[in-house]
Write a protein that binds this ligand. Structure first.
Ligand code: ADP
Ligand code: MG
Length: 581
């Protein structure tokens, strides 16, 4: 099937997707749509983010749902509220000309009563997060006996988020004669296990190579000292004045801290992560989608729901442990035929991960040098000149001031005039970068000539200051009502063949309460540390009583030690923050 028309979709659907701008099916759609329209066989479909999976399962479901049967016939499970809403919106677009088909989103953190009353009216397609879906099944408000299609969308991400048990329960309680479809960008062992346990002899299809980065994405990395990570980020933002992208961080805390620093340094940036309230998240996402926000600092999970096709850059503030996550991230740029750049800020200890990602995924990285002051100034200058050339001049309004202005400027030659005007903006950059050190690792850093007192003096004035004290970060966190975390020691480490995501899953599954938030996790060789919302200290200790891992008893106790990774040897006051290590 090379055209939607050949698939056997009804005219109402063809009209609707034509309006959405779908001309040709994507590869995963080609394969999945014809499969679902012709076979009842379960299906595992692998395709990376942005390949059109929603329509791949959505169109054949909308095609086959029976609107005259007042029962829920399709249940779609996905990891986040944002995705629920996105998928529901897509389904409503697909069924625009089949108005009797009702699709509803159900997710946590929103009134369950309203969702119950919507369900009571009868809906054909339910899109939900596993926790809320399960609640509503228990309450007997979501009836599942007539489910014909059960879709697990972003199955790998649902597992990463600790939904394994909820999924197990849902999968084992939907016993009708259903077709189960599992969509995932990656195929970790646990997904294979779900497929094995709950699916009957599934067909497996994958579109193109699994986990291959988009072809029009360039992969760049910058090698810096760990303590220079943030400064390198700023230089990259400065050298790409028109940047529109996502900065990926590992934890919610780091996300907030980096965003706070960028904001306080005058960049058009904001944070998106799970510690924010839903309305804060919606606001940030809207500003980003509409292009009012240039840099979105986000965790992987929070960035899931964002569907923006024209990002110029992805910045990996840290390299993820899992190569597949790197591919997810970089696949968010270079979409819809546009080119994109995926940037990684890497310190020496992470360098091997670059090779690991290359080996796993056939992409090639180019090492780049962190731009020096001159380069940035040049970029900014040309950007400024472009702005001057392209600015709309409001003749009517400016007219009456002109005589005075002409008079005032009459002693300047044309050349001098240009120089003066440009300098108004440009001097800030020039001054800021005039003594900028070389951030590239391995090259002896020049001494920064500015005295520290001078630095602080005009920190307010200039947006791009490279100094930021730990206290600044703290204060902001407090204002935003950041949670307190307690730090625990656990006698499990990388020598036990566990990686960081594995450890997080282990902790989450042991605590068994999704309300409990896991903060920073530091995996060491022989043991590890993890942070838990302080109000759950007792619960956490109890959860690990008598716990055994790989047949060995495990010790978990409160830790008083501060973090973690080896710090840079020279420690200057105020020159680094804990999350820069
Ligand atoms: P995935 O779930 O694989 O990450 P989505 O289903 O969210 O991808 O689709 C990504 C984007 O591509 C959406 O904006 C969607 O509207 C668009 N899209 C999907 N299928 C097509 C198609 N056949 N032609 C053009 N655009 C499409
Ligand atoms: Mg999707």
């Amino acid at each position: 099937m090379k055209e939607f028309r050949e698939a056997g979709l009804r005219q109402e659907i063809l009209d609707a997707i034509a309006e959405m701008g779908f001309v040709k099916p994507t590869p995963i759609q080609e394969k999945t749509i014809s499969h679902l329209l012709s076979s009842k066989q379960d299906l595992v479909a692998l395709a990376q983010t942005g390949t059109g999976k929603t329509a791949a399962f959505g169109l054949p479901i909308v095609e086959q749902v029976d609107p005259s049967l007042n029962k829920t016939q399709a249940l779609i499970l996905c990891p986040t509220r944002e995705l629920c809403m996105q998928i529901t919106k897509d389904f409503n677009s697909f069924s625009k000309y089949l108005p009797r088909i009702k699709t509803v989103a159900i997710y946590g953190g929103s009134s369950i009563e309203k969702q119950i009353s919507t369900l009571a009216k009868g809906v054909h397609i339910v899109v939900g997060t596993p926790g809320r879906v399960l609640d509503l099944i228990y309450k007997k408000k979501l009836k599942i006996e007539k489910i014909t299609w059960l879709v697990l969308d972003e199955a790998d991400e649902m597992l990463n988020m600790g939904f394994k048990e909820d999924l197990d329960e849902i999968l084992s309680s939907v016993i009708s004669d259903k077709q189960t479809l599992l969509f995932s960008a990656t195929m970790p062992g646990e997904i294979a296990k779900i497929a094995e346990t709950y699916m009957t002899d599934p067909d497996e299809i994958s579109a193109g190579q699994k986990n291959v980065g988009a072809e029009n994405v360039e992969h760049h990395y910058y090698l810096v000292h760990a303590r220079d990570r943030y400064n390198a980020l700023k230089r990259l933002a400065d050298v790409y004045p028109d940047i529109y992208g996502i900065v990926f961080c590992r934890t919610r805390e780091e996300t907030q801290q980096v965003a706070d620093k960028l904001i306080s340094d005058g960049y058009n940036a904001d944070a998106l992560h799970g510690n924010l309230s839903q309305s804060q998240r919606d606001q940030v996402m809207n500003r980003f989608r509409t292009g009012h926000l240039q840099l979105l600092v986000a965790t992987d999970v929070a960035a899931r729901g964002i569907d923006v096709n024209n990002l110029s850059h992805i910045i990996n503030y840290n390299l993820p442990d899992d190569p597949d996550i790197y591919l997810h991230r970089s696949g968010r740029t270079g979409r819809a035929g546009k080119s994109g750049i995926s940037i990684s800020i890497v310190h020496m200890k992470e360098k091997s991960r670059i090779r690991m990602i290359e080996n796993r995924s056939k992409i090639r990285f180019a090492q780049k040098k962190v731009p020096d002051g001159i380069t940035i100034c040049e970029k900014q200058l040309f950007c400024l000149v472009d702005r001057v050339v392209n600015i709309d001049v409001n003749k009517d309004q400016i007219e009456r001031f002109l005589p005075y202005i002409y008079d005032k400027l009459s002693d300047l030659s044309r050349d001098e005039l240009i120089q003066h005007f440009i300098s108004v903006e440009f001097n800030r950059f020039l001054e800021y970068y005039k003594d900028a050190s070389d951030l590239n690792k391995g090259i002896e850093a020049q001494k920064v000539k500015t005295k520290s007192s001078d630095k602080y003096k005009d920190r307010e004035k200039f947006s791009g200051r490279e100094s930021f004290t730990r206290e600044d970060g703290r204060k902001k966190q407090d204002k935003r009502g950041k949670k307190d975390f307690s730090r625990f020691f656990i006698s499990v480490g990388s020598k036990d063949n566990i990686d960081k995501p594995g450890l997080i899953k282990l902790i989450a599954s042991q605590i068994r309460n999704r309300a409990v938030e896991i903060g920073r996790v530091d995996l060491m060789k022989n043991f590890s540390f993890f942070e838990i919302d302080s109000s759950y200290e007792k619960e956490t200790l109890k959860a690990f009583e008598l716990y055994e891992f790989m047949g060995k008893p495990v010790t978990v106790e409160l830790s008083s030690t501060e973090p973690h990774e080896p710090r840079p040897r020279v420690k200057k006051k105020g020159s680094k923050n804990k999350y820069q290590s």
